[in-house]
Design a binder for this molecule. Structure first.
Ligand code: NAG
Ligand code: NAG
Ligand code: NAG
Length: 510
């Protein structure tokens, strides 16, 4: 999880007010239809620790967090000596306390393949994931596994990372090893988590490694290679593993909702959606495939006007369009927040750049409830609008909500998080009533964790982690009790108040 707040901060000054279509709080107790499964999520670098233990190779995040001067708030790192790598049993205990149907976590490529390649498999790293998966399955909690949640082996980063087209082979080879090792037990696979954040924040901007800051160019190369690597892996799974393993596989996109400030900006908002996530969704989920027309045309026109000999957006060949089209069994959505957008042609962004290509300015309203993260405000109707858009634009694909959550600065009584979860799940149920084919909901996150460049200052956990305690004790927050009750009763009760003086326990059957 992570979306840069830096640019957006510029535009936080409260402005004109657009009408919101709020469906929230319509029902006091609302049944959750059968067939939607509930879980929580984490990512390897954010929780595992054990940075160079047991033969693990160096990842780009290991490398980045140890740079001088340190690039992360408070010089925090994900090194943490005894975090989830050692505490997986406690992690599974928390999942049982919550009564989860599934848990979504990611594999660390460099823990499994320390050289980045398949010449050497790190048995101890494999053992850790086997332990975690087997412990979960012993209690009937389904593993949902993300192959890539941002921690690229540093060696591959040195070779250009996601801008090098050979990453298609590197990623496919790594994925095959993961399917061979774990696919007998893992039935839900995600190839890549949040391409927008990887490409834009890492290659176009400076908020995550490799902090290239080559916007309007490297971010587009990254987008193409991610799409091809994802699709190649998808087809490899279908061809080599589907028959024996019978799992489902897809991608998780970060879907930000952009709402026009007024009717005048309907097109501007649509542009922003197409640039921000349509660039990944259209090639995979649309009938025609390929990058969205508006993105192709805009970048081509601007590139020519700027004196480039060709478009800064790489082409997808007809074969690549075919390879990518339809290459996901479901639409995985990480959704957190909404922005208001309006057009401003006198660009305030560098030229060329991704945001200059979009040609609009966006901001969040000060009246929206703010999280600890600067970029995150609670706008449940934006979630409803995003789900509606995905249903209508891509022919109602099966949807897995792969992340959704709210950050605080800590503390066990987290009423703002509870309100966020209730209102967002309520908005999701509105979309379900309208016909959206939603199969799962995932709360980010099971526990507090390393929030990328914000270090440990922003807490997304249903469980609080005490970072001052050497054994990293985890304590259920009020939101954990509420989430548990939603899952147990399969209903949203806006008035349910848990007694948090009573320790959270594991119910029968878990
Ligand atoms: C990123 O590049 C822009 C020019 O496109 C420059 O103005 C800016 O200072 C750079 N940022 C960093 C952190 O290097
Ligand atoms: C539009 O961009 C120009 C140039 O940076 C800036 O001076 C102006 O304030 C912007 N207008 C609005 C409404 O934000
Ligand atoms: C965590 O590590 C500390 C020392 O770093 C040790 O004292 C403690 O026992 C460890 N706890 C667990 C649960 O491994």
């Amino acid at each position: 999880m992570k979306q840069s707040g830096k640019l957006m901060l510029l535009f936080l000054i409260g402005m004109v007010f657009a009408e919101c279509k709020s469906n929230v709080n319509r029902h006091e107790i609302r049944k959750i239809p059968e067939g939607i499964i509930f879980g929580t999520a984490t990512a390897a670098y954010q929780v595992e620790g054990a940075r160079d233990e047991d033969g693990k190779g160096e990842s780009n995040w290991d490398h980045f967090t140890h740079k001088e001067p340190c690039p992360v708030k408070n010089c925090d790192t994900g090194d943490i000596a005894n975090d989830s790598y050692h505490q997986y049993k406690r992690d599974v205990e928390m999942m049982r306390e919550l009564g989860l149907d599934f848990y979504r976590f990611s594999l660390s490529w460099s823990r499994i393949l320390p050289t980045s390649f398949t010449d050497k498999i790190n048995e101890k790293g494999v053992q850790y994931y086997n332990n975690l998966i087997n412990e979960m399955l012993a209690y009937n909690i389904q593993p949902m596994v993300t192959l890539f949640h941002w921690d690229l082996p540093q060696k591959l980063q040195d070779m250009g990372g996601w801008t090098n087209p050979y990453i298609v082979d590197w990623f496919t080879d790594y994925a095959r090893v993961a399917f061979e090792l774990f696919g007998d037990r893992v039935k839900y696979w995600f190839t890549i988590n949040e391409p927008r954040e990887i490409c834009y924040e890492g290659y176009g901007a400076t908020s995550v490694p490799p902090t290239l800051n080559i916007s309007g160019y490297a971010d587009y190369l990254c987008a193409k290679n991610i799409l091809v690597a994802h699709a190649n892996t998808y087809h490899m799974y279908k061809k080599e593993f589907q028959q024996s393993q019978a799992g489902t596989i897809g991608i998780a996109l970060s879907v930000i909702w952009y709402e026009p400030e007024s009717e005048e900006y309907i097109e501007a908002a649509e542009d922003a959606r197409q640039f921000s996530w349509g660039i990944y969704a259209n090639p995979i989920f649309s009938k025609t495939g390929d990058f969205p027309e508006i993105v192709k045309d805009r970048v081509a026109d601007k590139s020519l006007a700027q004196g480039f000999s060709r478009s800064r957006l790489p082409e997808l060949s007809p074969d690549e369009v075919d390879l990518i089209k339809g290459s996901s069994d479901f639409f995985g959505i990480n959704h957190y927040t909404t922005y208001i957008i309006y057009r401003n042609s006198s660009s305030i962004f560098p030229t060329p750049s991704f945001y200059d290509d979009i040609g609009s300015v966006f901001y969040q309203k000060e009246t929206w409830e703010a999280a600890a993260s600067l970029w995150l405000k609670a706008v449940p109707w934006g979630f409803y609008n995003a789900l509606t858009k995905i249903r209508t634009e891509y022919d109602n694909p099966p949807v897995y909500i792969t992340e959704n959550g709210f950050s605080t600065r800590g503390g066990l009584v987290d009423d703002s998080r509870i309100k966020y979860y209730r209102n967002y799940i309520n908005a999701m149920l509105d979309a379900v009533e309208d016909g959206s084919d939603i199969r799962s909901y995932t709360a980010w996150s099971l526990m507090d964790n390393f929030e990328w460049t914000e270090g440990y200052t922003e807490c997304f956990g249903l469980y609080e982690v005490n970072y001052n305690d050497p054994s990293r004790t985890r304590t259920a927050r009020k939101s954990a009790y509420v989430y548990k009750e939603i899952l147990r009763a399969r209903q949203l009760d806006f008035h349910y108040e848990p007694d948090i003086t009573v320790p959270i326990t594991i119910d029968d059957g878990h």
